[in-house]
Design a protein around this ligand. Structure first.
Ligand code: UDP
Ligand code: LCN
Length: 792
């Protein structure tokens, strides 16, 4: 279908499609623009055949068009992460294939009209480094990288003679502080190992299955074994027979099961420098949202998982998890000025805060936007290294970075300490701001995207493995490209262009979806666990005339509520939602709107984008006279209160809406669904994958607000006619979250991944040293220069 020759038959259609573009006063067109214009063309010429032709399919794959007479340049997405580029000459009516860089060069000329074809610009191309590295071939396997790697390397290596000694070497290195684990030096080669395994199995079979390591340790140590095989004899036998089977005939599933038991992760460092990182009073503050919630829940579930694995393996060691963030002396009522903060609900996890320092070495006292923290990070990494090593009494076994800044610091630390690095993006800004690459200079004063994208490229390529919340975060879907995929090629005119920035078929990508804390976000029907004590406070938030930090007072308190809660960022589009509501008298007739976001008082906000949104919000509320229909509260709710709030609104048959222009994942979406609220969420980003449209909620398109309003009106009307309809969707939402998005699954998966990765990294050359060296150069010659130029 995609053959190049195909289009030769459709020259005229392409001409008719592209010609009007050249007459417009814009030069860049997106996938959706081209789709709409193709539809119009088919209608105009009544070309039903064309609509169903192979050309239609091809046009549907066009991602981007750059049109300046007489040329139309195109990028065409053949499948996830696979592109072709071509150009069409409007007069000659002829097209030809071009290279990625030629396409990018043409784009650059939109910004820099004086740029000539022969002008040199740095090109970043990581593809040659990946040549010998195993790569997925199937689109559907994207995001299951470590499984693939395990299968691939099992077949390649373990099946050969050398595989046995790889396993032996690996088992001999395990230690915790001074204590040897798994095997001791009585096992000198593979023959003694096999023999010892036979003897041990025989010996253990004669012992009571519930006897513990203590009871058998003398005999076992004589045979060459150390703690780590199991807490009980039964478990030890099981682990030993797993290894015996692997040595006989390696099977990837058994290797995974065996490695899941090997005690190798005791200390984890998690980096999240920006925002206000604390356990209370921070949610909703600028740059402080889902990432903090995610990490706090992640830590609790990880600690539980690490403890239970160590316990099952008979090891008496307390795992340690440290979240490293920024210490902010001016902590505005939060705990962000405290160096250490133990994490509630854990035994041993802690927040360690390290301040940013300026060029003179003085501590920076105030909050700094996530877009402007780049000049501080290198020094921060050095300070963190010192404090972390001191606190842990040695190196961590795993370093997890979060968001662009945390991932860059994770890169610096992992490389210095030689520790496995895991990357979590949460949200990549490239997907949020259209043309943030091409017009980077225009936005530089506020956003410093060039610095951020450079940091992203470095971190995602140095990272050993990457965790994403959804498939589409990596590779998108039929309509839109993935967040990581958007780093495959792009250009920052006059700075550098990226020819191959990341490969979505790289086995480093793994989908591990987060959950919503089940003790806080549970179905409204679980009456026993609920907190009716909070209902007075909730009613005051919703309807109270004396509620502070609120705006608007609902006249008809019996109407169901449309509820939304988010940071007051432009991308969250809460002002868009108010506008759709204001424009729809039908919607106003059936439901009230309840918004929790940011501050209602502009003076209280320190964030530029938020202040702008506050202004827009007031303007809309007054323009549409919504003071009796919209309630806006600018407070940061604690989690138990927000959990009960979702359920309270569900009791009243309300709904949740997430109207973002783009949402990387969307924790509020899974919180609302877990509580049993029918949820309407943006079709751009994670919610598209979380919600099955019409079954467990609804997708909405924030670029067509009037349609969203219609969808909502229809929903409420249908619920009036059929009271079971609300229930059906509510049940669908609960089921979806309980089966797919939970922290226990997350922690099991993450621990298993890090072990499988750790094993293969130890056993083979997964280091990608050449890539690292190339990226060090990129860091030194590009990133550092950009970072110091960010005003500070
Ligand atoms: N949140 C909150 N109070 C607020 C705003 C947000 O508790 O005023 C919480 C919300 O419950 C969710 C998180 O912050 O857990 C927001 O995460 P999400 O993934 O939806 O968006 P992000 O802020 O990360 O972009
Ligand atoms: C950041 C975001 O923007 C959200 O979409 C995610 O849900 C959150 O982080 C947690 O990963």
């Amino acid at each position: 279908m995609m053959e190049w020759e195909l289009q030769e038959h459709y020259q005229k259609a392409l001409y008719l499609l592209f010609r009007p573009l050249l007459a417009e006063n814009r030069m860049l067109f997106l996938h959706s623009d081209i789709g709409d214009r193709f539809e119009q063309l088919c209608q105009q010429y009544q070309e039903e055949d064309l609509k169903n032709s192979p050309l239609a399919h091809w046009v549907g794959s066009i991602q981007e068009v750059v049109a300046t007479y007489p040329w139309v340049y195109l990028s065409v997405r053949i499948s996830a992460g696979e592109y072709m580029f071509c150009r069409f000459h409007i007069d000659v009516m002829k097209q030809e294939l071009i290279e990625t860089q030629v396409f990018l060069q043409f784009k650059e000329r939109l910004v820099n009209v004086n740029q000539r074809e022969e002008d040199w610009l740095l090109e970043i191309d990581l593809a040659p480094f990946q040549r010998d590295f195993p790569r997925l071939s199937e689109q559907r396997s994207i995001g299951r990288g470590v499984e693939f790697l395990n299968r691939h390397l099992c077949n390649q290596l373990l099946s050969k003679k050398q595989g046995e000694s790889l396993i032996l070497d690996f088992l001999l290195v395990h230690q915790y502080q001074e204590q040897q684990l798994m095997l001791n030096n009585r096992i000198t080669n593979i023959t003694t190992l096999k023999q010892a395994l036979r003897f041990a199995e025989k010996y253990l079979s004669s012992q009571p299955p519930t006897a513990t390591w203590q009871a058998v340790c003398h005999r076992m140590q004589e045979m060459g074994f150390e703690p780590g095989w199991g807490r009980t004899v039964e478990r030890m036998i099981d682990t030993i027979s797993l290894l015996t089977d692997i040595l006989q005939a390696p099977d990837p599933n058994e290797v995974e099961r065996f490695l899941a038991r090997v005690p190798m992760v005791f200390k984890v460092a998690i980096l999240s420098p920006h925002g206000y990182f604390g356990q209370a009073g921070v949610f909703g503050l600028p740059d402080t949202g889902g990432q903090v919630v995610y990490i706090l829940d992640q830590v609790k579930s990880l600690e539980k998982e690490m403890r239970s694995r160590l316990f099952e393996q008979g090891i008496d060691i307390q795992p340690k998890i440290v979240i490293i963030t920024r210490l902010i002396p001016d902590a505005i009522m939060t705990t962000c000025h405290e160096r250490l903060e133990p994490i509630l609900g854990t035994e041993n996890a802690i927040i360690l805060r390290v301040p940013f320092r300026n060029d003179k070495g003085e501590i920076v006292p105030y909050w700094i936007s996530r877009f402007a923290i780049w000049p501080y990070l290198e020094r921060f990494a050095v300070d963190v290294e010192r404090e972390l090593l001191g606190y842990l009494g040695g190196r961590p076994d795993l370093i997890i970075g979060n968001y662009s800044d945390g991932n860059l610091v994770a890169t610096l630390l992992s490389q210095r300490l030689q520790v496995t690095q895991c990357t979590i993006a949460h949200a990549l800004e490239r997907s949020k701001y259209l043309y943030s690459d091409l017009y980077w200079r225009e936005n530089d004063a506020q956003y410093h995207f060039a610095t951020q994208f450079t940091a992203d490229l470095i971190a995602m390529n140095t990272s050993d493995f990457i965790i994403t919340s959804t498939y589409q975060e990596i590779a998108g879907n039929q309509q839109s490209i993935g967040q990581y995929e958007s780093y495959e090629f792009f250009t920052l005119p006059e700075l550098y262009r990226v020819i191959n920035g990341i490969d979505v078929y790289d086995p480093k990508f793994n989908i591990v979806s987060p959950g919503a804390d089940e003790t806080i976000y549970f179905p409204y029907t679980y009456q026993q666990q609920r907190l009716p004590e909070l209902h007075g406070e909730i009613e005051n938030l919703l309807f109270g005339s004396s509620c502070e930090k609120s705006c608007g007072e609902l006249a008809d308190t019996d109407k169901p509520l449309i509820f939304t809660m988010a940071r007051l960022d432009r991308i969250k589009n809460l002002t868009g939602l108010v506008e759709w509501y204001g424009n729809s008298p039908q919607l106003q007739a059936v439901a009230n709107l309840f918004v929790i976001a940011g501050h209602t008082n502009m003076e209280e906000s320190t964030d530029d984008e938020e202040r702008h949104q506050i202004g827009v919000m007031y303007e809309l509320l007054s323009r549409y006279q919504l003071s009796e229909k919209v309630r806006w509260v600018g407070k940061h709710l604690d989690k138990r209160l927000s959990g009960e709030l979702y359920r309270y609104i569900a009791d009243k048959k309300g709904i949740f809406i997430q109207p973002a222009l783009f949402e990387a994942f969307g924790l509020t979406v899974i919180e609302a669904m877990a509580s049993g609220m029918p949820t309407f969420a943006t079709c751009y980003g994670g919610p598209l994958e979380i919600i099955q449209h019409g079954v467990s909620g609804f997708h909405i398109d924030p670029t067509h607000g009037e349609k969203v309003a219609e969808q909502l009106v229809e929903f409420f009307q249908r619920c009036q006619q059929d009271p079971n309809y609300w229930q059906t969707i509510s049940q669908g939402a609960i089921k979806r979250i309980q089966s797919r998005y939970n922290w226990k699954l997350y922690a099991e998966r993450l621990m298993t991944l890090s072990r499988i990765y750790g094993f293969w990294k130890h056993a083979t050359n997964l280091e990608r040293l050449e890539t690292q060296r190339y990226l060090e150069m990129f860091y030194g010659l590009m990133y550092r220069h950009l970072a110091v130029n960010v005003p500070h």
